[in-house]
Design a protein around this ligand. Structure first.
Ligand SMILES: *Cc1c(COP(=O)(O)O)cnc(C)c1O
Length: 244
């Protein structure tokens, strides 16, 4: 164990949980309503292990290959930790089978074809004994109509949610996710996501999650009802230029 890294991560985790608590307090919410996902992409498995030692149980990644190796390493080093891994990044259909082996939740489902591929992947993983429960799914809304950043156009989201809900043996619809548009104030996007989430909940009362907010905007996201913040930089440090 690297004591210095342990102290660093302990300190940043205190800061982030303090920010979450303060943001909740400002709007009269309970911090228990907001999950923290530590986004460990580009950081080594040893950091993920330290985070589990500090009590973090939800870890996020955005690339299948990196995540699958890291999840295996963390499971080998901390078999008792019972970590839930989240896929939060853009996902190609040909990775669905692999993601079904390591992910408890995919937050970035943005097309019918991806939902179909994940259904098949989860079914195969269940049959092979590689997982023992359905995959939790968030449908990702595009709030800026920039297709390169992922997400389903808001107008198509109900149909996508319906398709996920129909596959309930394999996929469990839990809610919505979005990334705020770049270069503008995030509040209007978070407000729009909250209203999209409310509409979906009329059809799917179990879809209560709103995943919104990252290192730079988690405070605003919590003000607009986020139940799940995805934090990388503020916990682990900068990722440098080469990484997304
Ligand atoms: C990398 C990433 C995050 C974390 O971003 P930070 O700004 O480092 O906190 C959150 N969500 C998604 C989808 C990401 O890819």
């Amino acid at each position: 164990m690297n004591d210095q890294r342990y102290e660093e991560l302990a300190e940043s985790l205190r800061e982030v949980t303090g920010r979450i608590a303060a943001a909740c307090r400002r709007v009269g919410r309970s911090p228990d309503e907001v999950r923290l996902i530590a986004v460990t992409k580009t950081f080594p498995a040893s950091d993920a292990v330290v985070l589990t030692d500090l009590g973090v149980r939800e870890l996020g990644e955005n690339r299948d290959q990196e995540a699958s190796a890291k999840a295996a390493e963390v499971a080998a080093l901390r078999p008792e930790a019972d970590v839930r891994w989240h896929m939060v990044g853009r996902l190609q259909r040909n990775k669905a089978r692999s993601v079904a082996r390591w992910a408890a939740e995919v937050q970035s489902v943005d097309s019918l074809r991806l939902a179909d591929a994940l259904t098949k992947g989860v079914r195969a993983a269940l049959d092979a004994g590689e997982r023992d429960r359905p995959l939790d799914v968030l449908v990702q809304a595009s709030l800026d109509d920039d297709p390169s950043r992922g997400g389903c156009p808001v107008d198509d989201l109900r149909e996508l949610a319906e398709a996920v809900a129909r596959k309930s043996d394999y996929l469990h619809l839990r809610g919505v996710m979005a990334v705020a548009p770049l270069g503008v104030e995030p509040e209007p996007a978070f407000e729009m996501l909250a209203s999209v989430a409310e509409i979906l909940r009329k059809d799917h009362p179990e879809a209560t999650e709103i995943s919104a907010g990252m290192s730079g905007d988690l405070d605003q996201a919590i003000a607009y009802g986020s139940t799940c913040v995805r934090v990388g930089t503020a916990l682990l440090g900068g990722r440098g230029l080469a990484s997304p």
